[in-house]
Design a binder for this molecule. Structure first.
Ligand code: GLN
Length: 493
């Protein structure tokens, strides 16, 4: 038998069902892989070995009786943003020091109900604020990929950097992630994995630590399109505890894979041809266009005229909501408490030592744009821009476009500690240039590996779909996967 950790979710599912392998063996193989690699990659902040083995044993018992759910016995990694009952949940922040919630998030509960096994909690940017996983209280995550041009350690992207690194390095069969402005799709693109941010409302946000509530959505990072479809089917649900979750049946996403794209209209937005875009990204995009043309799709040039305002508007709306959401971390109810001479002093000391620099920056920006004199000029205007961005997409879809093809990121993975990016937060924010529009409009978007750059690093393409039309994204992304092949890093850990 080859290494069990090489099996995709779909492959492992068949072998488990047929009784060819046991979940306990599979889980042990992943725990051993984590043991070997995690000191180097720092993808997990907490490994729940005992819980994993207990869950695997229970799965094996169900499988032996011919029972079991859609993910029975499949070992997964969980982003530290998801509340997991009695297990480390800190959003990789010091302010949630030793927090173990007395509840389980709806998304993770859905996964356990379908038989999945929890390997542990995955590293991420603090409160999901970042594009490189360098803002984590637990330190940066390494991308398992290396450039042929240098031996430097690379970022896995962010904020779901631990999820992407763990999936790429075979430290879990698949992982949960969240995306507020690109945090599923950008790390997927940086690590040669597949990540889908579903339509806002497709997955319940209940029990997930809130960053920007009108933008946050959970989704999977997986090794291929099929595995992403399997995971999303389990994660998605309507939920009484989240009034923004939508009561629509969850389709069988896997069934959409392999369908023909003949006659479909794929839109190419001219506004995504940004200044200084590396030639390799431009080439990759053209390659994607050619693949669709060859598969019989119709390529149409489209315009999304308000695209250029998306990033600035996002960096008003997201910090505004974050400043409000993060007001609850005051040292009173849970997490860290630093004493002070009075209650105000206690609040101040707790928040000063509990939050990292990027989180403080966002809280300050958010408080500023919501303050009495500036609300209309910043927050209200950003909300209006958001409506215009949404309308751009509606117009294009009304013209019969089925999906929109863009690059996923403006560059491949960069070095950990990149000085230029560290010195200028706006440069870091520019990583999200192709992804934030999708969150602002509440649409689904998928990132799929499409090739390697000249130094051998993975690059991704993004497909954007109509609301609740994730099926088209799985179908169209699969065409790219078939043409480009799959990508895995050479073992360097
Ligand atoms: N990089 C973006 C930010 O820092 C997006 C983060 C996310 O999607 N969680 O806000």
């Amino acid at each position: 038998m080859t290494d069990l950790t090489e099996l995709t979710i779909a492959q492992a599912r068949e072998k488990l069902k047929a009784g060819e392998i046991k979940s306990t063996e599979l889980t042990e193989a992943y725990l051993a892989a984590i043991e070997t690699a995690n000191a180097e990659l720092n993808a997990y902040v907490k490994v729940t070995s005992d819980k994993a083995l207990d869950m695997a044993k229970a799965s094996d018992e169900r499988l032996a009786k011919g029972e079991g759910g859609a993910l029975e016995g499949i070992p997964l990694g969980i982003k530290d943003l998801f509340g997991t009952k009695g297990v480390h949940t800190q959003a990789c922040s010091h302010i949630l020091n030793v927090f173990e919630p007395p509840y389980e998030s709806t998304v993770t509960q859905n996964l356990w109900n379908d038989g999945a096994v929890m390997l542990g909690k995955l590293n991420m940017d603090e409160f999901a604020m970042g594009s490189s996983n360098e803002t984590s209280y637990y330190g940066p995550v390494k991308n398992p990929w290396r450039s042929r041009a240098s031996n430097a350690d690379l970022v896995p992207g962010g904020s779901s950097g631990g999820s992407a690194s763990a999936v790429s390095a075979r430290l879990c069969a698949g992982a949960t992630a969240t995306d507020t402005g690109g945090s599923i799709r950008q790390p997927a693109a940086f690590t040669g994995t597949v990540g889908i941010k579903p339509t806002y409302g497709r997955c319940s946000r209940w029990g997930i630590v809130a960053f920007a509530s009108s933008l946050d959505q959970a989704g999977p990072i997986a090794r291929d399109v099929r595995d992403a479809a399997i995971m999303l089917k389990s994660m998605a649900s309507v939920d009484d505890k989240d009034t923004t979750s939508v009561d629509l049946p969850v389709p069988d996403y896997e069934a959409a894979i392999g369908g023909s794209v003949k006659g479909m209209k794929i839109g190419i937005p001219k506004e995504y041809r940004v200044d200084n875009m590396p030639e390799e990204i431009e080439k990759l995009w053209q390659q994607g266009i050619d693949w669709y043309r060859d598969a019989g799709a119709e390529i149409v040039d489209i315009s999304l005229p308000h695209t250029k305002y998306a990033l600035p508007a996002y960096y008003i709306v997201a910090p505004a909501e974050a400043s409000s959401n993060l007001a609850r971390y005051d040292g009173v109810r849970y997490g860290l408490r630093e004493h002070g001479k009075d209650i105000t002093g206690m609040y101040e000391n707790t928040r000063a030592s509990g939050f990292g620099e990027e989180v403080k920056r966002r809280v300050m920006i958010g408080t500023y744009v919501l303050s009495a004199g500036y609300y209309d000029a910043y927050y209200l205007r950003a909300q209006k821009v958001r409506t215009l961005i949404k309308r751009d997409f509606e117009n294009v879809f009304a013209q019969g476009v089925d999906a929109i093809l863009t690059p996923a990121t403006p560059s491949p993975a960069f070095e950990i500690g990149d000085k230029e990016l560290a010195a200028d937060p706006v440069k870091m924010y520019l990583n999200d240039i192709f992804t934030v529009t999708v969150n602002m409009a509440g649409l689904p978007g998928i990132a799929v590996p499409a090739g390697l750059d000249n130094s051998g690093l993975p690059l991704g393409l993004q497909l954007i779909g109509k609301p609740f039309d994730e099926e088209t994204l799985f179908k169209t992304a699969h065409v790219i996967e078939q043409a480009a092949g799959k990508f895995s890093p050479e073992k360097c850990w």
